[in-house]
Design a protein around this ligand. Sequence first.
Ligand code: AMP
Ligand code: MG
Length: 472
Amino acid sequence: MTLHIPFDNTYARLPSGFFSRQAPTPVSAPSLVAFNDALAADLGIAGHDDPRLAAVFAGNALPEGAEPLAQLYAGHQFGQFNPQLGDGRALLLGEVVGRDGIRRDIQLKGSGPTPYSRMGDGRAWLGPVLREYVVSEAMHALGVPTTRALAAVRTGDPVLREGPLPGAVLTRVAQSHIRVGTFQIFAARRDAGALQTLYDYTLARHDPEADGPADLLQRVIRWQAALVAQWMSLGFIHGVMNTDNCTLSGETIDYGPCAFMDAYDPETVFSSIDRFGRYGYAAQADIIVWNMAQLATALIPLMPDPEAAVEEFTAMVHAMPDLIRAEWQARFAAKIGISAPRPEDKTLIADLLTRMQANGADFTNTFRALADGTARDQFTDPAAFDQWAESWQARLGAEPDPQALMRRANPAFIPRNHRIEQMIAAAVEGDDAPFHRLNTVLARPYDDQPEAEDLRRPPAPDEVVRATFCGT
Ligand code: AMP
Ligand code: MG
């Protein structure tokens, strides 16, 4: 069947200052690595067997109805405000309204230079493309709000990084690509008209119920508080929580040097460029508040009485840590089988985490093992677990079905860093089997899959990944 994408574009109707129209730059020899049939079906996209898929998702052929454009935005990068960023290597092809009635962007990433490329080549190499494909789809299967991956294509062209690497293009699907940085650019330019237009557009797209900018801010704060608590409950570290990588939809976006921890350590940092641990595992709960303060600042000019708004928004941002704590507590309580958390459960959870850290316990496997009674094996000193388990068992007394709750909250499978690295190394050699296997297993992260036990194993000492790199 021929490929048909039912485009229904709205961003392209916004004023021209919001983006630059830009066609993708063709590549030499597109070949399809993956096409996400299930996601395509949900989006109403037909033609998964069309031989032109590779050409279309490499940017060599534009599908009917596409209106490619590079979006403009700004952002705080590691605390420094950059007044103009924008899609330097990505292009929005257009939007589709899925079977669920939700509008989503379809974006090519790695499709060539744009007016916002600065010194970059507008390209991506195969490693980060496959990493984002696997991790974003795994996050979705884990139940985390996230952008998705529709396709990955090899370009046949080398991309020059430290040396030549195989080039690739990812097709990303998102509820929108509106970032905190999208509001920041118009606020910084004091362009009240554009800010109002963006606000109206965001409201219509994400939050038709919201009643004014304060209400929008409150909702985004709630979504982001829930999101970061959920990341932490899975041991996920985003790695580059710059304000341009923080969405108004509450979806996880921009999988660069992201990683899941193996052994529990709240200070874990993977990203090679995060030298001060600004975006480390536990720091995420603080930095998201900082990011929401930047959103609040950008929304102030929309308010009729800016001085009163400063006071109101400050109070909302200051209340965010409590929201995160409540979300965190609910998530971690479920992880130990508690359905209705009480304030004092925080001590029980913290005590377990402290013991896990001291005993080199694997984050994912320890929580998963709680339900089958084998968690003590994860501790170098199993007695440290046994002591904790006494208070835990006492607390669980009245819980109706803690085992079932824990199995829903604690995945067996996460995309472990060393498996991702091994998968990329194989794909660079032309072997995509590990990539497909990871996708298959990670589509059911809460199910036991005896044939995939090897993917649950933490890294052997020589497999440990200590640093991850940006997708550039
Ligand atoms: P990121 O850290 O991936 O969120 O990217 C930050 C900014 O750098 C964004 O504006 C990107 O579009 C831009 N960028 C990243 N890599 C490239 C590249 N290879 N070529 C052009 N722009 C890039
Ligand atoms: Mg980004």
